[in-house]
Design a protein around this ligand. Structure first.
Ligand SMILES: Nc1ncnc2c1ncn2[C@@H]1O[C@H](COP(=O)(O)OP(=O)(O)OP(=O)(O)O)[C@@H](O)[C@H]1O
Ligand SMILES: [Mg+2]
Length: 305
């Protein structure tokens, strides 16, 4: 069984709105792939097409090399969490999972295992309808894990989790990938993905904008930029801008300088008697890299709405 998701040339419209416009990418085993993009970019629609819940007008989606509809016990091939609210509110968490497990020929022991894995053992007999958003997310993740699938796909699983839950899911995603599974996870929290994801598929307007390793993307965004820490922001900006640098304010006493090497920044500050406490090679955050990549996609969306 291949641990992969392959999406190729997906196109889909809702009325006149193109939701998918040539969406193509592959999710590799042994990695956490972050699936990111502005609201309405087509992430959830892509996931729904992968699971056969929405039909694409063109293109195809394969799980482990096969269309989802051809899988006889799908939970053993791919575990997915798309909508944490999709459960029968009067059933207990455990019954919800038992019912799912039964449909896939899985036993009760597996249900208790996944409840333990997501930290819901003590709430297992409570009605799922009374669960908080974070508890529902955990239950949804438990359901995704039931069939011990080689492929996991989670749509914004961090949404609603408390800080402890966020730390938990980060380690959890890493461990799933370390076991050789392919993990596709959408999120709007770049700070989370910076530590959790190996690879990033950035989408906008229904197609892929960038498909890259997180390390390469951060290196490319950091490249040639300098972080400057100074309490004399105004004179520093003026001295550097005068020499042709582009300077932006990034914090209370930090500036980001592009267009000049670090040594030149230091020389200019000294020549102009501007005090500073740090000049260092810039290390971009994933959020910064993401915002640069998606700026155009967001602008386009703003115009069309
Ligand atoms: N059931 C539907 N009916 C009509 N339009 C839809 C439907 N589902 C999605 N769309 C449209 O398809 C486009 C893509 O939506 P989608 O939910 O896939 O985006 P997303 O990337 O998941 O966004 P978000 O980050 O907000 O979750 C949007 O323009 C959305 O309005
Ligand atoms: Mg979505």
């Amino acid at each position: 069984m291949q641990a992969t998701i392959e999406v190729s040339g997906l196109r889909k419209r809702f009325g006149r709105t193109p939701a998918l416009d040539g969406m193509s990418f592959t999710v590799q085993p042994g990695q956490v792939t972050g699936f990111v993009g502005p609201n309405g970019a087509g992430k959830s629609t892509t996931m729904r097409v992968i699971l056969g819940l929405d039909a694409a007008e063109e293109g195809y989606a394969l799980v482990g090399g096969r269309p989802y509809a051809s899988l006889r016990t799908p939970l053993r091939h791919i575990g997915a969490l798309l909508d944490a609210a999709a459960l029968q509110p009067s059933r207990s968490a455990r019954n919800h999972l038992l019912w799912l497990a039964h449909s896939q020929g899985l036993g009760v022991r597996r249900v208790d295992e996944v409840l333990e894995q997501v930290g819901l053992t003590s709430a297992a007999r409570r009605k799922a309808g009374g669960f908080s958003l974070g508890m529902r997310q955990r239950l949804g993740i438990a359901a995704a894990l039931l069939g011990d699938p080689p492929v996991l796909m989670l749509d914004e699983p961090v949404n609603g989790l408390d800080p402890e839950g966020i730390v938990w899911i980060r380690g959890f995603l890493r461990s799933l990938a370390a076991e050789g599974r392919a993990v596709l996870v959408s999120s709007h929290l770049m700070s989370e993905l910076q530590d959790a994801a190996d690879h990033l598929v950035v989408v906008g307007r229904g197609r892929v904008i960038t498909d890259t390793s997180v390390a390469d993307l951060i290196a490319a965004t950091s490249n040639g930029r300098v972080t400057l820490r100074t309490t004399a922001g105004e004179p520093a900006m003026s001295a550097l801008a005068h020499a042709g640098a582009i300077v932006t304010v990034t914090g209370r006493d930090t500036l980001l300088v592009s267009g000049l090497p670090g040594e030149r920044v230091v020389a200019l500050l000294n020549a102009n008697a501007v005090p500073f406490s740090e000049v260092s090679a810039h290390r971009a955050t994933l959020e910064e890299a993401y915002l640069e990549l998606t700026r155009d996609a967001v602008e386009f969306r703003g115009e069309t709405r």
